[in-house]
Design a binder for this molecule. Structure first.
Ligand SMILES: [Zn+2]
Length: 393
């Protein structure tokens, strides 16, 4: 665990109201939030929102967590670097790969958490997306077909051991052999189950939800390019009230009308914004060889499977970009977008939700809005459990 952070206070404008407040923090927790009368003009004050929580980040800057060679030091640097984007909490995500690659990546993340208390504080758990997914073209997306396999609880337990018990979320396609019994066991073990990369029918989705699945992984992506108008896996998950939807609002994965429709159908309490950043997010435009095959980064930041215009291979954006995009698209207000990328993922994964209230863990994001509404947010500080991970005094 991190050494007990010193007490500190932050004066900034609340993200929902613009009201200047003093937030007093001790022992990693918000102790008090009170009105502040700053000695400077309001325009000079930064704004404060809950630090972002992204439950699906695959790596950054050319480092992928799914790898036979990634080191604990690389993991540590990637995770610490994400604080520059306002990310206070994340689930490093591994995708479908050989057992050896998964084991190595999970061990590297566990070692990074054990080596660095700040990294441990930023990683409430790991997301294992696959390998128990649909092998069909379309639903499987960029996941390599040769490594997709049926649900295997025994393998999960071995992987969980490699991860030091840190896997808190797994994505499964409900139609794979053994899915229902796998979901039942995972939920009993305290692991949240999400549905994704699927061509399941309504009965299979219903059975998975009854077994305890509670999330849809990037709803609207990871499915067939063409499918019946209804029923289909998008409607079946959209209309299932027990499923919270994860949505990638990076501007490439979904058209704005779809993002608006998903958020309105699920409501802002049951939608999670995630960036699904690829390990190649942050890299210059070009073609790259990856374990998933060749990918192509366009000048506009889109990351696709080379030669296949319909398939994306994760996103080139980070969470704060998706938060602002969701608001720009008209899916929600900016304060709602912040909460869809902080308190919602924390709650749905069973962690304490936080939104700048006394007693909440002190995960904070300090930012300045752009000069115009179309300018990106400027992240000026990120606090993780009361410690500066980016910016600060
Ligand atoms: Zn995916």
């Amino acid at each position: 665990m991190p050494t007990a952070p010193a007490s500190l206070s932050v004066v900034a404008r609340r993200y929902e109201t613009g009201e200047p407040v003093r937030i007093e923090i001790a022992g990693g927790v918000i102790e008090r939030v009170s009105p502040a009368w700053p000695g400077q003009s309001l325009a000079e004050l930064p704004w404060v929102a809950p630090g972002l929580f992204d439950l699906q980040i695959n790596g950054y800057g050319g480092v992928s967590f799914t790898s036979l060679t990634v080191t604990a030091e690389q993991v540590r640097q990637v995770i610490r670097g994400l604080a520059r984007h306002g990310i206070a909490q994340l689930c490093p995500t591994l995708v479908t790969a050989s057992h050896a690659e998964l084991t190595h990546g999970l061990q590297a993340i566990d070692a990074a958490c054990r080596a660095d208390p700040l990294v441990a504080a930023m990683v409430p758990g790991i997301h294992l997306e696959g390998p128990w997914l649909s092998p069909e073209e379309g639903p499987r997306g960029a996941h390599p077909r040769q490594h997709i396999r049926p649900a295997d609880w025994d393998e999960f337990q071995v992987l969980q051991q490699a991860a030091g018990g840190r896997i808190c979320l797994t994505t499964i396609a409900p139609e794979v052999a053994g899915a229902v019994s796998f979901i039942t066991r995972a939920v009993a073990a305290g692991v949240t189950v999400s549905l994704g990369h699927t061509a399941a029918d309504g009965a299979q989705i219903e059975a998975a939800v009854v077994a305890g699945a509670r999330l849809s992984t990037h709803l609207g992506n990871g499915c067939a390019v063409q499918m019946p108008r209804h029923p289909n896996p998008i409607w079946e998950q959209l209309g299932e009230s027990r499923l919270t939807a994860c949505v990638i609002a990076d501007g490439h994965h979904l058209p704005p009308s779809v993002v608006r429709s998903l958020v309105r159908a699920k409501g802002t309490l049951h939608t999670v914004l995630t960036c699904d950043a690829s390990g190649w997010a942050g890299c210059p435009a070009g073609r790259y060889q990856t374990p998933m095959g060749e990918i192509e980064i366009s000048a506009n930041g889109r990351i696709g499977v080379a030669g296949n215009p319909h398939l994306l291979a994760g996103s080139g954006a980070t969470t704060e970009v998706c938060v602002q995009q969701a608001a720009w698209m008209g899916a929600c207000t900016l304060p709602q977008a912040f909460e869809m990328a902080s308190r919602n993922p924390a709650r749905v994964l069973g962690f304490r939700e936080y939104r700048l209230m006394p007693g909440d863990p002190a995960h904070l994001l300090l930012y300045r809005p752009g000069a115009t509404a179309a300018d990106p947010l400027q992240i000026v500080g990120t606090l993780v459990a009361g410690q500066w991970a980016h910016g600060g005094a």
